[in-house]
Design a protein around this ligand. Sequence first.
Ligand code: C2O
Ligand code: CU
Length: 496
Amino acid sequence: MSLELSRRTFLTGAAGTVTLASLAACGNDSGSLVDPGSRAVRRAEQARRGARQSLVTARLAPQPTQIDLGGRTVSTWAYDDSVPGPLIRATAGDRLRVAVDNRLPDETSVHWHGIALRNDMDGVPGVTQDPIAAGGAFEYTFTVPDPGTYFYHPHVGVQLDRGLYGVLVVDDPAEPGHYDQEWIVVLDDWLDGTGRTPDQVLAHLRARSSTSGGMSGMGGMDMRGMDMGGMRSSVLGSAGDVTYPYFLVNGRTPADPTTYRAKAGQRVRIRLVNAGTDTAFRVALGGHPMTVTHSDGYPVQPRATDALMIGMGERYDVTVTLGDGIFPLVASAEGKHAQGFALVRTGGGRAPASTVRPAELKGRVLLGTDLVAANSVRLARRDVDTEHAVRLSGSMKPYRWFINGRSYPDSAALDVHQGERVRLVFWNHSMMFHPMHLHGHTFQVEGGARKDTVIVRPMQQVAVDLDADNPGQWMTHCHNLYHAEAGMMTLLSYRT
Ligand code: C2O
Ligand code: CU
């Protein structure tokens, strides 16, 4: 019955139509699907709405455009005319209304990464909505319940690997605000408009599988932007599948970097976002330790560190107390021998070279799994009702990635019921790291931080717990979007 409903609801959608139905058929039949348009979803949204909710409006126009990256102008797709796209800012509890005007020659959607929003506004074509057709429009309206640093991007193919991303900050009305300034620092790996598009890269990765090629781990076979295991990190193992000519900080190459200005002695809150598609960044501010205060929007027990490893889709807030002078803010592309770069200026002096390697990069480096949730956001202790193993594996020939041995859309959904405590055990059976992301929920790494995206290192396990309190159909996938598009996706599927 509900399966039929889903079929009808999405019949007008494109390729995704079959998806929800086929996933549903794979489930263990423990009830019918909770549809994105169901009463349960509306009820959950109702519960999020406070009495005095302000409305925040914004417009986004994804479109083909020319972007000056600093020393190089590229043709790409971006929101309006900027990379990153416009900053959207609201206060926790507000209602956000974003009118999207699709000027791309392709269908698109907008996904609100990390937000525990109503399922029918999650922006996943074929699952939560029909795609926004070329020339079409869609209005996203939802409550933003939790403060933090989030971002938005399309959930169609590898469009994120063009210039289609922007930051969404949800302010905390109770924020103590022990800082003088706030900087938003968005990291990205860039290739669009430099001779190949992300779609071409994905097509080449797939095509390679039919020619003679190697398994992951054989290096030196870089062809047209693909790297079959040649890039290695001591921390993350195989560091990526794609080579990029540029690494950007706030849309700028190191040749013409952003300069952040402040006064010596000031405390700055830095909101770091990795909007890259195939690159983890090791971030350090030369001459300064950083104190990590938030992970994926949620507060952690503050930890001092020299450097921070940020996987694709992860966000961290750090505070620093600035010294006097001019300092490099470096986002080293882990395992890729290049970096993004910005400057922090509080005084005089000569700017460091954009290739400088601050000592902090080799100091203590924290990962999200090293952090612990602040008491205020720790999940209550509770027995686990439903546990799912989420085994991650892949093959280079053919280029495919799997969850529990299957590639999306042939995956088996992870069934849950509203009200349950759910444990997902991500288990990486490959030699490459995977930043695993779950939509619509902020889980807690076992004994650790609240997050929605967590790096799972090669051959390692990471268990995460969550309360199934946001009914609907939610994607969980690797935030290396080449992996996701090659199958490393499934659904956390609420059933009645
Ligand atoms: Cu940024 Cu499906 O995610
Ligand atoms: Cu992956």
